[in-house]
Design a protein around this ligand. Structure first.
Ligand code: ATP
Length: 134
């Protein structure tokens, strides 16, 4: 098979979020922002909240907010097992703005009992939702 594209499947606990043939996928992971092209060496990576960009073979590009899960990369197939994935139209912007304000306030309090990592990841989820709409 000519390696100019690969199969992409994005699954969440409640639906098949995306299924199709793509030229490239960009995602935020614990390894940083990665761009996956056809023929990639097999690997598994952990997702961080970010805007995923799906470059379909028909020339269309879709963007989605993907917040957590795993990415299994094979040369001709990529499977995203996402805990939470949202298309821009599904995002409630005022809820995301409120979550952002709440997370920022928590991070500024510097309360030693506060779980900083949890507040940071909540802020990242809110910023991802805001970014995917803009
Ligand atoms: P919040 O504090 O507003 O609940 P959160 O980041 O803690 O935000 P999550 O735990 O990431 O929320 O998500 C819980 C569920 O709520 C998921 O199904 C997610 O898709 C949905 N959700 C969260 N924020 C929004 C939003 N702004 N618009 C639409 N759906 C959202």
């Amino acid at each position: 098979m000519a390696e100019s594209s690969f199969e992409l499947k994005i699954i969440t606990p409640d639906r098949v979020f995306f299924e199709g043939v793509v030229d490239m996928l960009e995602m935020n992971t614990t390894e940083g922002e990665i761009g996956i092209l056809p023929g990639h060496i097999p690997m598994t990576v952990i997702i961080k909240p970010g805007v995923a960009k799906i470059y379909e073979v028909n020339g269309e590009t879709k963007e989605a907010a993907i917040h957590a899960g795993f990415l299994e990369i094979l040369p001709d197939k990529v499977t995203v097992l996402a805990e939470i994935a949202e298309w821009p139209g599904e995002i409630d912007i005022s809820r995301a703005e409120a979550a952002r304000a709440r997370a920022e306030a928590r991070l500024q309090e510097k309360d030693p009992d506060m779980d900083m990592a949890r507040a940071e990841i909540a802020l990242l989820r809110a910023l991802t939702r805001i970014n995917v709409i803009r």
